[in-house]
Design a protein around this ligand. Structure first.
Ligand code: C2O
Ligand code: CU
Ligand code: CU
Length: 561
């Protein structure tokens, strides 16, 4: 039996709120310095009533401390595994070597300690940590293993932003959880009750000034459509990878599993008021996690508007921040003209009315032993994702943050204009991201990319790439007598190769935005083959030639002068 807690907001909420939001929001301890010890263990946590709930915790009973680090610092972290099972610890968002990334290859056996040391290269941002054990990430996160990482830098420090942790700079870890009658957790996809920083029925006493919320969606599956019960405007100042160029005013903000947004609330004139942070999930389409129409994930929180926590506005602090800054940082996305490689990723499967188990990337389920992409060190790449499934997915790429170039060919909204490491993709949507793989070459230890819906991830919607400095790929044009020239060209390019596989090939010409300009099917029937691509009438710029056989696929970059 499940116990349901419905946090429905109505128009006359004051009395109701007093009953619904009666636990002060827990603020995880913040720890800083260069040396950290995170001890992961079985624990028990008080969520509600007379019960204690069996959990896993990091240095505590549920979730873990917030790690506060500075750009350019070197940090050492010991992860002590006192669980009775294997785990891993992934530093989600940090740009660090694959050997330290804490993915499924970096296992920490029960009773052992994993010691990592790395430099902090990220800009000021809100990242997080959580286990990433093969097929078992969802359960371990659900039981309480996760924590926030705050990266600081001098650029952020020079801005007039709230940054007193726990006072005007508040961690907000959103999770949904299902409990049984004994108060124990039932591992669930879309769960029934909201917990924020491990607190049910949470309220936050916030000072009457500008307050910063670092919102992390730490839920396994659920997306939230954030807003406030008084419909106030709030200001998005940062996404996963750091600050935006300027605050973006919104009244609603979708946040999918794994994503972070930092938002500012202007409470300067609100002392004595209270209002509720909400998820306006009735606005979700049926095929979004948290919308309706999910027979495998029915939950009282689906497709309904529900409260997350109440905010009670109290007296301001000394020296409060009282204005929303007009600008933040210089955001300088890479120039698409310098892209080396365009990769195509399809999201496939139709699990919404079947099972969650059959979502794939490029039709492949995750295999620990297969490297799906080999990336030359220093490559600037565009990855184009096409969602051929009937459900939305939050897609996460490890190692380097990216910019979202386009959604269905259009510029993304302003609040997605900064660096990110997770993007949400709706059914039938095409999303292009651009990123540069500038360091940490390692021919054997891969990084992951995957759906951050942890049910999908654990069921194989994940792949892996290596970054290598010994790449002898097709750009060298020697493999299988493969050549194409001249490049750059003013008129045409000739492609020559030996068809050793005796298979038909699709040859496609794409523009820099990934749109197919021309496509032909050829069958060289095992012979040496040449093909001329005429670019004479096309505008100068970057093009990609994609040559795909049944077993091979190559993308070549052509410069038209
Ligand atoms: Cu937050 Cu690969 O994970
Ligand atoms: Cu990650
Ligand atoms: Cu997914």
């Amino acid at each position: 039996m499940k116990i349901l807690f419905l946090f429905l907001a109505t128009s006359c909420t004051t009395l109701l709120n007093a009953q619904l939001y009666y636990n002060p929001l827990a603020i995880p301890a913040a720890i800083s310095g260069n040396n950290f010890t995170l001890t992961v263990a079985d624990s028990s946590h008080h969520f509600f009533g007379a019960n204690n709930t069996a959990t896993y915790g990091v240095n505590g009973s549920y979730l873990g401390p917030t790690l506060v680090v500075n750009k350019d610092d070197s940090v050492n972290i010991a992860v002590v595994n006192n669980l009775t099972q294997t785990t891993t610890m992934h530093w989600h968002g940090l740009h660090i070597p694959a050997t330290m990334d804490g993915g499924p290859h970096n296992v920490i056996n029960a009773g052992t300690t994993w010691q990592v040391g790395f430099g902090i290269r990220n800009a000021a941002s809100t990242c997080w940590y959580h286990p990433h054990l093969h097929m078992n990430t969802g359960t371990q996160v659900y039981m309480g293993l996760a924590g926030m990482i705050i990266v600081k830098d001098t650029v952020e420090a020079a801005l007039n932003l709230p940054r007193t942790y726990g006072t005007d700079d508040i961690p907000v870890v959103l999770q949904d959880r299902t409990f049984n009658a004994n108060g124990d957790l039932i591992v669930d996809g879309l769960a029934d009750s909201m917990v924020v920083n491990g607190t049910m029925h949470a309220y936050l006493d916030a000072p009457a000034q500008v307050v910063r919320l670092r919102v992390l969606n730490g839920s396994n599956v659920r997306s939230y459509n954030l807003g406030f019960s008084d419909n106030r405007t709030f200001y998005v100042i940062a996404s996963d990878g750091g600050l935006l160029s300027q605050p973006v005013p919104v009244t609603r903000l979708k946040i999918a599993s794994g994503e972070r947004f930092e938002i500012l609330l202007d409470l300067t004139n609100d002392q004595g008021n209270n209002f509720v942070m909400m998820s306006y999930a009735s606005a979700f389409a049926n095929n979004e996690p948290g919308g309706g129409g999910m027979p495998n994930g029915a939950s009282v929180l689906n497709a309904t508007n529900f409260g997350i926590m109440q905010i009670n506005v109290v007296a301001p602090t000394g020296n409060p921040v009282t204005t929303i800054p007009s600008s933040l940082i210089n955001v300088t996305p890479w120039n698409i003209a310098n892209v080396n490689t365009l990769r195509y990723k399809t999201l496939d499967g139709n699990g919404m009315f079947a099972t969650m188990a059959n979502f794939t990337i490029n039709f492949l389920a995750f295999d620990m032993m297969v490297i799906n992409d080999t990336i030359p060190l220093n490559n600037l790449e565009v990855w184009q994702f096409t969602n051929n499934t009937n459900i939305a997915h939050p897609i996460h790429i490890h190692d380097v943050p990216f910019y979202i170039l386009s959604r269905n060919g259009n510029q993304p909204p302003a609040y997605e204009g900064g660096l990110k490491d997770v993007f949400y993709i709706l059914p039938n949507e095409v999303v292009q991201v651009i990123m540069k793989f500038e360091d940490f070459a390692n021919d054997t230890m891969p990084y992951m990319y995957h759906c951050h819906n942890l049910v999908h991830e654990d069921n194989g919607m994940m792949a892996q790439f290596i970054v290598t400095d010994s790449f002898t790929g097709i750009e060298d044009a020697t493999e299988n007598n493969f050549s194409f020239y001249p490049n750059p060209t003013a008129s045409s390019v000739q492609l020559n190769f030996q068809d050793s596989n005796n298979e038909p090939y699709t040859i496609e010409l794409l523009d820099a935005g990934g749109r197919i300009m021309q496509s032909s099917l050829v069958n060289p029937e095992g012979t040496a083959f040449s093909y001329t691509i005429d670019l004479a009438d096309r505008p100068a710029g970057i093009y990609f030639l994609k040559v795909s056989g049944t077993n091979t696929s190559r993308t070549l970059k052509i410069i038209k002068e």
